[in-house]
Design a protein around this ligand. Sequence first.
Ligand code: RP5
Length: 153
Amino acid sequence: MIIMGSKSDLPVAEKAMRVLGKLGVSHEILVASAHRTPGRVMDAVTGSDAKVFIAIAGLSAALPGVVASYTNKPVIGVPVSGVLSMDSLLSVVQMPPGVPVAAVGLDRGDNAAILAAEMIGIHDERVGASLAAYRAEQAAGVAEDSEAVRANV
Ligand code: RP5
């Protein structure tokens, strides 16, 4: 399940959805804010049978931590960049002991999706195979880039 704190976080969520779609991981998405709609966050998390949560938020980004407070499932937090950027990054990373959130880099919805797929792929062979193909495709892209650079020097 992907939860974003605001509709304005959609470009980051779209990165995650693109990757999850490519890897064949079913997902749903909703907007729920830890500050503006805490009850909505609680209902969404406690009523979900998702295996992994991706929580995307900017500014004083409490959302990933609040999601983690309502579930024992893994939560991946994606800090959204803004005027300061360190605000959301530190808000996601600096969780108190006992309630961890796996933090990815600023706006890295794509990496959050890969990490979620890796967790799901531990037990789901189909997703594991998708990940292996994704890595092979990525490696082939680097080799192609190398050839293209070498051909032009
Ligand atoms: C956060 O505040 C949201 O996750 C978003 O990144 C930021 C700004 O929200 P909006 O004012 O665009 O709704 O809670």
